[in-house]
Design a protein. Structure first.
Ligand SMILES: Cc1cc2nc3c(=O)[nH]c(=O)nc-3n(C[C@H](O)[C@H](O)[C@H](O)COP(=O)(O)OP(=O)(O)OC[C@H]3O[C@@H](n4cnc5c(N)ncnc54)[C@H](O)[C@@H]3O)c2cc1C
Length: 543
């Protein structure tokens, strides 16, 4: 009897019956992108910041190496621009990169004045160098740079009366009517609530958790692209998923990242015979862009049967480790002596290069919906992200979104809408197990080396899983998160099948060469239109 009653209630669940909360701006995500947007919004706007678990469950919180900006007298935005374009492998949107490299230094100077503390030597910024950068330009706070920035933003925002934080607040549905954002259905401590706002900023981070091997926190389940796609927005370049080459090889999840800055200080990569693997492969050797190193690793795994590689820091003097206290203590905890031991590493999923398509103000193709940070595709990363450009992207574009929302009076929230959610009660799906399978299928078939046959196998699995999920819809976080992972997996896999070439972070062994004639374009997808290729500039537009 109870079960029948429950089914009845669920089937007739209507948004009309749900508690409503009104805001001017709703921000989903408490990483650098969401927090920076809130930071730059004026006190006159009522702002909600939702995040699905604890504040610490974000990539920002565990970001290590630093944040890039041309602040050295030897450097300039032009050189940072050139390095970013080179890493992007032909697909960067130049206008977006210009914004990033020119506005980045201003934002960081502002933050430092307000109290963000980056490491210095003799009162000068201690700038480090990472893969793909031709000059030292990485500001850092030890090897926990993201945490320092998040700490600063949180303490600033906590003191403001117009900002409301909602922890354990999972955004499950975006309600869009007539191509305009109306409200979001959130599960606040598992209870459905409607958050109505005139603008929403999706700042949900990446999707590393779609792969069994990842550096990403538990929150990185690709909710942003999936939510936006379900609401009808344009998504682009999802095949470009960055795998980081130097991730500690062990059984932990997420796996421990060994920041690229270690190689900036001279750590070298060796194979099992002790050979330096990047010698003669790229002029920047161990500091080549990540995709170049991962591709080299894939080649050695296939041709030489290597299972993993070794980061050699044995020559580091004690004072070099002072910049990496967190990594050093984590390695020690796991039994490694960095003076005598080689550290085993192998690639793991790390950064979502594509995402929700935006213009230079973070506007998506749907009025009232903005996207910022790792979940957005602004065009700055092209086919591959330059190290330490992602924290910067969240900061720079967060401000631009805040400025746009502040200046724009055109869109006014209209709370009159009806929305019916199709909920079918069922407990027949084991979400935990389904997710586990998905992660393994994605890692094996859509990971750092791909081919048409494997990708097709992944797609079949994803389609079957999606059908099961759609036939068993539930109003629960477990359901929505699993659904989002399958949708995001499908977006990645379909785009990877579509792009029959190798470029940037997308490597297909059956199409190993870059094909500029046919594919120097963005892969875009919309629910109503399917996949299509779009010219570089044309892809990045807002409403
Ligand atoms: C180990 C590691 C080290 C890194 N080091 C660096 C570095 O040194 N420099 C650099 O530039 N980049 C680095 N990166 C990448 C960088 O940290 C991220 O790209 C960046 O922090 C993303 O910020 P974000 O605000 O977009 O997302 P995140 O910081 O990941 O925040 C996402 C937020 O969205 C919330 N969320 C997600 N889905 C939902 C939902 N459905 N409902 C409600 N809330 C939701 C989460 O709870 C979280 O609060 C690193 C990444 C990792 C994993």
């Amino acid at each position: 009897m109870i079960k029948i009653l429950q089914e009845y209630i669920l089937k007739h669940f209507s948004i009309l019956n749900v508690q409503r909360e009104n805001f001017d701006v709703l921000i989903i995500g408490a990483g650098i992108a969401g927090l920076s947007t809130a930071f730059y919004l004026p006190d006159s706007l009522k702002v909600a910041i939702c995040y699905k678990s604890s504040f610490e469950d974000s990539s920002t919180w565990i970001a290590q190496g630093g944040i890039a900006a041309s602040l050295s007298p030897l450097d300039s935005p032009d050189v940072h621009f050139e390095d970013t374009i080179a890493a992007g492998d032909g697909l960067c949107y130049e206008d977006a990169v210009r914004v990033l490299v020119e506005e980045g230094p201003e934002r960081l100077k502002e933050f430092m004045k307000l109290g963000v503390s980056f490491d210095t030597v003799d009162d000068y910024l201690d700038l480090s160098i990472e893969g793909g950068h031709t000059l030292p330009r990485i500001l850092h706070a030890g090897d926990r740079t993201g945490r320092e920035i998040a700490r600063f933003l949180k303490s600033n925002l906590r003191g403001r009366k117009n900002i409301f934080f909602f922890e354990n607040c999972f955004v499950g549905e975006l309600i869009v009517d007539d191509d305009e954002f109306k409200a979001a259905l959130v599960l606040l401590k598992n209870k459905p609530v409607l958050f109505i706002a005139r603008a929403i900023v999706i700042a949900t981070g990446g999707a590393g958790q779609l792969f069994s091997q990842t550096t990403n926190p538990l929150s990185a389940t690709g909710d942003g692209p999936a939510l936006a796609f379900r609401a009808g927005a344009r998504i682009c370049n999802m095949e470009f998923y960055q795998f980081h080459p130097t991730v500690l090889m062990d059984n932990t999840s997420p796996r421990l990242l060994l920041t690229e800055a270690l190689r900036g200080y001279g750590a070298r990569l060796r194979d099992s015979k002790g050979n330096l693997i990047m010698e003669g492969v790229h002029p920047l050797r161990d500091l080549a862009p990540r995709h170049v190193i991962v591709k080299r690793m894939a080649q050695l795994m296939k041709e030489e049967g290597e299972k993993c590689f070794f980061l050699d820091t044995r020559h580091f003097k004690e004072d070099m480790w002072k910049n990496f206290p967190f990594i050093k203590s984590e390695l020690k905890k796991r039994g490694y002596n960095t003076e005598t031991d080689l550290i085993p590493v192998s690639p793991a999923s790390h950064f979502m290069v594509g995402g929700i398509n935006t213009d230079l103000f973070g506007k998506t193709s749907i009025r009232g919906i903005f996207a910022c940070g790792e979940t957005a595709a602004t065009g700055v990363h092209g086919a591959n992200r330059l190290a330490s450009n992602s924290l910067l992207e969240g900061l720079v574009y967060g401000k631009r979104i805040a400025d746009f929302i502040t200046s724009e009076e055109r869109f006014v929230s209209d709370a009159r809408f009806e929305y019916r959610l199709e909920v079918k009660s069922s407990v027949t799906v084991d979400f935990y197990n389904l997710r586990k399978q998905l992660k393994e299928v994605m890692w094996q078939n859509a990971g750092f080396v791909r081919n048409g046959e494997d990708l097709q196998r992944a797609l079949e699995f994803l389609n079957e899983g999606l059908t099961r999920l759609q036939n068993n819809a539930q109003l629960s976080r477990e359901y929505y998160e699993c659904l989002n992972m399958f949708i995001c997996g499908k977006l990645i896999t379909e785009s990877a099948i579509f792009r029959k070439e190798s470029r940037g972070a997308h490597f297909r062994e059956d199409y190993p060469l870059k094909d500029d004639i046919n594919y120097k374009k963005n892969t875009c997808t919309e629910k109503s239109r399917g996949l299509f290729l779009c010219d570089l500039k044309e892809a990045f537009y807002g409403w």
